[in-house]
Ligand binder design. Structure first.
Ligand code: AMP
Ligand code: ZN
Length: 138
């Protein structure tokens, strides 16, 4: 998906409608049309980047500096008990729209969203092995 046929670029540019809640020169925030909970918001940079790590660090910092303020407002508006900030990267991780974005998902105690978190324990030595491999790739 290039910037030319990107639905989020079109929302950022005002070519297609969205229920906008905040915007400035860096980001646009609007309600997700397929919400997981009331107030489910998407925060996108105006610039098109596919994945989190494609975004330059200074842009990530600028987006990050806005996420807290927007999340606080979303959470207050729906009186949520909490919220998730989520960024899906790649199809395997659930990314459907290939324009990097953050979900802000208001949560209520016991709402059952994301109930299945298939955690497990590493076998002895595996964590250290993985950590070394990750460090090699930094
Ligand atoms: P992801 O799976 O992380 O790529 O999330 C994409 C999200 O974009 C989904 O939650 C969709 O419901 C949402 N979405 C897709 N098209 C639109 C749109 N035109 N306006 C608002 N949200 C949208
Ligand atoms: Zn885009």
């Amino acid at each position: 998906m290039s910037a030319d046929d990107c639905i989020f670029c079109k929302i950022a540019g005002g070519e297609i409608p969205a229920v906008r809640i905040y915007e400035d020169q860096v980001v646009v925030a609007f309600l997700d049309t397929g919400p997981v909970s009331d107030g489910h918001t998407l925060v996108i940079p105006r610039q098109h980047f596919k994945k989190f790590h494609d975004c330059p660090a200074d842009l990530l910092a600028q987006i990050g500096s806005r996420l807290g303020k927007i999340a606080k407002a979303v959470s207050a508006a729906v009186s949520s008990d909490g919220y998730n900030v989520l960024c899906n990267n790649g199809r395997a991780a659930g990314q459907i729209v290939e324009h990097m974005h953050f979900h802000i998902i208001p949560r209520m105690a016991g709402d059952g969203v994301f109930d299945r978190w298939p955690s497990y324990s590493y076998e002895k030595g595996k964590a250290e092995q993985l950590a070394a491999k990750i460090r090699e790739n930094l």
